[in-house]
Every structure is written in C-alpha cells, then in structure tokens.
Design a protein around this ligand. Sequence first.
Ligand SMILES: [Zn+2]
Length: 182
Amino acid sequence: MICPNCSGKNNQSANFCHYCGYAFSEEERQASYNETVYGKIDKARKAADIVTLKVITDSIWFRILSIAVILALGIWLRMGGVHGFRLESSDDYEIQYLEETDTYYLIAEEEEVPLRFVLPYGTKRIKVRELDEDEDVVSTENYDPDEGFTLSVSGTNHYRLSTSNGKKTTGSIQLYLYQEED
Ligand SMILES: [Zn+2]
C-alpha cells in the first residue's frame, strides 16, 4: 500500500510505513486490500452469497423448470436425440473419423465389408450412393435398416450414406473403404 504521508510503497499487510513510520488506519488498510485480487474475489463472493442456492432451489419456478427440463430431456433421449447417424466399430474394420466433414475412413480386412451403424430414431430407409472421384454418382441402392448390408472396396470410389424416416433425411455420412494390405 502507498503511504499517504510520504508516498512510500509498503507491503500489503503493513501496519506502519517503513519509510516514515506513519500508522495506517483500518480504513486505509481495508481500501488497499479491496484493490488486490484477493479483495476483489472476496467482494464477488459476498455479492454471490446474496443469491444463495437455497433461495433458488426453494423457488417454485425453479422446481417447475427442473421438472420441465427433465421431462423434455427424457422425451428427447427416447426420440434418439443423442445419436445421429454414425458408424459403429466392428472387428471387420478399423475406423478413422474426420469430424469436420463427417467422413469415415475404413481399413477393412476383407473386400466385402459388413457395416454396423447407430441409426437416428425412426429410420425407415438407408440410401447408399457410390460416387467416383469427381463426386459423380455411380450407383444408388436403398436398404431396409433391419436388413444389414455390405459395401465393397472399389478402387478410388467412395460412398455417401443417408438415413430417412420416410419423410425427410435424418442423417448422412461419407465413407471411404480401403482393404488392409498383407
Ligand atoms: Zn510514509
């Protein structure tokens, strides 16, 4: 703290100025403390104490809101809200996933790869398009989600898969397949 008498710089906890011996008053010491990081944290903590957790949890609106949030979350989870369309790991392949483009790179043991998916809620159909290097569609197939299917490693082509609930597209991923070299 700064001495008001001689302007000397003193330790935060000083009772007296060690240059001129001036005795700091309680108010001066408190004001100086309030300017420190610790003093600011203390002040913020006191302000936060005014709105205590008890006041919040006792509020009827908080309780109504809590129940509403829990109910909404339950419904959302049951509708498959957490998982979109994604590939599941399997012994038949190794997965590399690039999140930015929702693209999977699979290193498969065999040329025909049985795929395992997590499907969005209410999936009625999986559409599989095979594309060449120029993103031109080579072939299109539709699969029943209960059937399961295999895709084959086919040179430089890749696949784009999308799920539909019968009305609209619910998810899509890109897939590059490679066969493991012995
Ligand atoms: Zn002084």
